[in-house]
Design a protein around this ligand. Structure first.
Ligand SMILES: Nc1ncnc2c1ncn2[C@@H]1O[C@H](COP(=O)(O)OP(=O)(O)OP(=O)(O)O)[C@@H](O)[C@H]1O
Length: 299
């Protein structure tokens, strides 16, 4: 049973000349880590809004098709028919701007605020706050003022606030776009842990895929509101030219590997005897070393 099932979904904003999404069909499995990518205006944020219920509950427009979620033990529920406070407990949402989504002066109050807003009983709050902060690696920030935090810390507070509601699905819209490399790494580590340790389904919309390709189970490439390509990252990025044509930069290790194929130094990826496509610098290093020193055992 998929965690999310999207069937023939189309959406047009009021007065828009063309639809933001057209006939999207997708199933996302429980515990999957999915990255939705595409150029500016491709429809990434709109798709996330259809999943977390901002569309149709808060954003008007014309929608066709269906978005269902299937929380464990609750059967298949149409997002359009779930009341927003209940939806917020099923699907946590985090946006690109940590400043814009934090409203409380102190970290623990920010998390308590999310719990109060969705009617969590006061007796359950302490345990939820402690475990959400711990899961995001920010237990030490509990009593800190939110306005003194770095971007990466703020973003982890925002994730903790969403997580305290115990959702089975987290959707994040460009969660690292405002962060420096350290903040990006800290946030991606937290998301990877939540996905692997707690089985939370993670869906990230992001234009830049280099950091995420090695972490995710599936890349979904949107082009003008349609799914242009989808698959496990090593498989999807074999069609690197499709990404580049749509303005999405492919990871440097993939570019290096493509150059090795072009020079005839290694077989075409996907053909018999070919190595697997490297997604990280370490994997590209191993591939290059095997070429230079074929007799030497792998590290
Ligand atoms: N609130 C809105 N009202 C009208 N049109 C909108 C609105 N939000 C987005 N659009 C339009 O819908 C289309 C898809 O936008 P969307 O924000 O989903 O794309 P995106 O892939 O997330 O882009 P970006 O990477 O720039 O965030 C674009 O043509 C955009 O201009």
């Amino acid at each position: 049973m998929p965690a999310i099932h999207i069937e023939n979904l189309s959406f047009r904003y009021p007065d828009a000349a063309s639809p933001a999404l057209s006939e999207v069909n997708l199933s996302i499995q429980p515990g999957e880590f999915v990255v939705i990518t595409g150029a500016t205006g491709a429809g990434k944020s709109t798709l996330l809004r259809c999943i977390n219920g901002v569309i149709p509950h808060f954003q008007p427009g014309s929608q066709q098709g269906h978005v269902w979620i299937e929380p464990e033990g609750q059967g298949r529920l149409a997002v359009a028919r779930i009341a927003p406070p209940h939806l917020a407990r099923l699907i946590g949402s985090v946006f690109d701007d940590p400043e814009g989504q934090i409203v409380s002066p102190i970290v623990e109050e920010e998390i308590a605020f999310a719990l109060e807003n969705t009617g969590v009983a006061p007796a359950k709050m302490e345990a939820r706050i402690v475990s959400a902060l711990a899961a995001c690696g920010i237990a030490d920030l509990r009593h800190r003022p939110t306005n003194g935090l770095s971007g990466g810390q703020k973003q982890r507070v925002a994730i903790a606030a969403a997580l305290a509601l115990a959702p089975s699905i987290l959707v994040l819209d460009e969660p690292t776009s405002e962060l420096d490399p350290d903040g990006t790494e800290a946030v991606l580590n937290v998301l990877t842990e939540l996905n692997r340790q707690q089985g939370i389904t993670v869906i990230i919309a992001e234009q830049k895929v280099s950091h995420l390709a090695p972490l995710c189970d599936r890349l979904i490439l949107l082009d003008r509101g349609r799914v242009a390509l989808e698959g496990p990252p090593r498989q999807a990025l074999l069609q690197g030219s499709v990404f580049e044509k749509l303005g999405i930069e492919i990871p440097a290790p993939v570019r290096l590997a493509q150059a090795l194929v072009r020079e005839g130094l290694i077989p075409t990826f996907g053909s018999p005897g070919a190595p697997s496509l490297p997604l990280t610098v370490d994997e590209a290093f191993q591939l290059t070393r095997q070429l230079l020193e074929p007799e030497r055992p792998e590290l």
